[in-house]
Design a protein around this ligand. Structure first.
Ligand SMILES: C[S@@+](CC[C@H](N)C(=O)[O-])C[C@H]1O[C@@H](n2cnc3c(N)ncnc32)[C@H](O)[C@@H]1O
Length: 227
């Protein structure tokens, strides 16, 4: 039996162009928090959502930094009976564009009473329930050590012992940043990198690559986020 997938999101050239315009505008207006001028590809979204794919118990899912929603639509596609999703976005313009886009998304219509939006920084995310999976698109390389530490402290508070988190980083960006930065900046970068080394060890980091993305990315998977 041939099953045809319904279109989950209008993805004609006009919609893609609109999404790209929103992204570019925020890239220039809010460079530090946006971090990139391109939304993630469907291959990146697929890799980031792997922990919620396939057979599994119901999950409480947290998405950090949805932007225009390229990863959100994949999370919604993978949502199963009993799942809940919280979407946390710091930028009100992204949040507005996301909510507008979701109105036309069939998976969102199906699960909308299980979806909660939090507009604000993840550092202020209310600790109401704990999450099983965190799908994160925050541009950590743009943040200083204090911000990164605050984010990980909050994530620890909202995690269960077996919570898994995925996030991405552009391949080679760390190295370029090291080369082009001033001596003073290099020291700050080293401090953040040392922090991440500890995170990787504590959370049994696993890293894979996605080439089909503008630009290619590493996907990081961290485990036991409450540790
Ligand atoms: C690199 S973009 C990713 C957008 C989208 N998920 C994608 O992959 O195309 C980073 C997103 O994180 C959001 N963001 C940055 N800092 C944040 C914070 N502290 N709390 C919540 N969202 C944040 C930005 O506004 C932006 O939407």
């Amino acid at each position: 039996v041939e099953t045809r997938k319904t279109i989950k999101k209008p993805n004609g050239p006009v919609s893609l162009l609109k999404e790209q315009i929103v992204f570019l505008r925020e890239f220039f207006a809010e460079f530090k928090s946006t971090g990139t001028c391109f939304p993630s590809s469907k291959w990146a979204a697929d890799a980031l959502t792997r922990p919620i794919q396939g057979e599994r118990p119901a999950q409480n899912i947290l998405e950090l930094g949805p932007g225009t929603g390229s990863v959100t639509i994949k999370i919604l596609e993978e949502m199963q009976e009993g799942d809940r999703l919280t979407i946390c976005e710091i930028n009100p313009r992204f949040m507005q564009a996301l909510k507008k886009m979701l109105l036309e998304n069939e998976d969102y219509q199906k699960h909308r009473d299980k979806v909660t939006f939090f507009e604000g920084p993840v550092q202020s995310l209310p600790v109401e329930g704990k999450f099983n999976t965190i799908v994160c698109a925050l541009p950590f390389l743009n943040f200083d050590l204090k911000t990164i530490q605050e984010i990980f402290a909050r994530l620890k508070e909202v995690s269960l012992p077996d919570t898994v988190m995925t996030y991405y980083e552009y391949i080679g960006l760390k190295e370029i940043r090291r080369i082009v930065s001033s001596a003073e900046k290099k020291q700050l970068i080293r401090e953040s990198e040392d922090f991440f080394e500890e995170v990787f060890e504590k959370h049994q980091m696993h890293r894979s690559k996605v080439w089909r993305n503008l630009l290619p990315i590493y996907i990081y998977k961290l485990e036991k986020m409450a540790a």
